[in-house]
Design a protein around this ligand. Structure first.
Ligand code: FAD
Length: 274
């Protein structure tokens, strides 16, 4: 069976906490290998991530991995967080550069995720399994696709154990990315990040921000459903399940679902995959 993992974001209100608990409970029934919790650059969200990781571990029994982005932080702040994660029992970290919120001046001590991976390895040896981000459709700020591939290799060479991709709906982009990285000598597992779809407008917003392409045929179909949420859900679950089948048949080692703290869209895909 293909291993799966789920990504959650840290809730900030009682209502959001209840939503996360409902999603974690339902999705936990699908026996994920681990779950991860996102991280927002810039202060207050630091504690939300660590609290949520602790909660997912202690209340739901998951192997829970914090995302840790280095942008905006000092080396000492990052080191302190790593010690905290180690103390609460984490064995995995998703190591990222992150994006500075607009208006936040200080870029921090580390410029790229590769430097964060180096720091984690220098301070903690092999204690943490480190996952890094990968971009089959090229990171939006990269100078070129080739430069982005080279930087990805640097990040893996710094000590990453595996990568999780940005979401995409074009399986060929993933296969090509894997082939290109293998040609450069990268041999770590590259796990596709899968974004189930529940809301077309929200998907458009996310995709514009992170540079993920919605293929024209999907975009037109989703747009055409207008306010018919049920039609969107059914079509999207079929399309995303078909993508997952193709990825697994083509050798994807696992699937990582961006749940947005909702059980239903991810479950609809998993049900179709049997
Ligand atoms: P890097 O690998 O550092 O790359 C960033 C850019 O810099 C790329 O364009 C790369 O080509 C370029 N680059 C790298 N090294 C060099 C170099 N030496 N010289 C010149 N250019 C270089 N964001 C969050 O804020 N919180 C999260 O929880 C979060 N979770 C994520 C989870 C996954 C699986 C993924 C794929 C992304 C996630 N992101 C998250 C988004 C991520 O932080 C952004 O995409 C960010 O812009 C890049 O992070 P990175 O770790 O991939 O950066």
């Amino acid at each position: 069976m293909t291993p799966i993992s789920f990504e959650f974001y840290p809730p900030k209100s009682d209502e959001q906490r209840a939503q996360l608990d409902r999603a974690a409970k339902r999705l936990g029934a699908h026996a994920p290998e681990y779950v991860s919790c996102t991280f927002g650059a810039g202060g207050s969200t630091l504690s939300y991530t660590s609290e949520t990781v602790r909660h997912l571990h202690q209340q739901h029994g998951f192997d829970a991995a914090p995302h840790l982005s280095c942008v905006g932080g000092t080396r000492e702040e990052i080191r302190e967080l790593l010690r905290l994660y180690r103390a609460i029992g984490c064995r995995r970290i998703v190591a990222l550069r992150g994006d500075l919120p607009s208006g936040m001046g200080h870029p921090g001590d580390l410029r790229y995720a590769a430097e964060l991976v180096e720091l984690i390895r220098a301070d903690h040896g092999d204690h943490f399994r480190i996952e890094v981000g990968a971009y089959p459709e090229t990171h939006p700020q990269a100078d070129s696709a080739v430069a982005d591939l080279r930087h990805f290799k640097t990040k893996v060479d710094a000590g990453a154990d595996a990568a999780i991709t940005q979401y995409f709906y074009n399986a060929d982009a993933y296969f090509r990315f894997v082939d290109d990285t293998r040609a450069l000598g990268v041999d770590v597992p590259i796990v596709p990040g899968i974004m189930p779809i529940s809301n077309y407008a929200q998907l458009r917003r996310f995709s514009e921000a992170c540079g993920a392409e919605i293929p024209r045929w999907m975009d037109k179909r989703l747009q055409g459903f207008g306010d018919d949420a049920k039609a969107v859900r059914e079509f999207a679950a079929d399309a995303v399940a078909a993508l997952c089948r193709r990825l697994v048949a083509g050798g994807a080692p696992a699937l990582h679902f961006y749940t947005l703290n909702l059980a239903r869209p991810t479950e609809a895909v998993l049900q179709r995959l049997g």
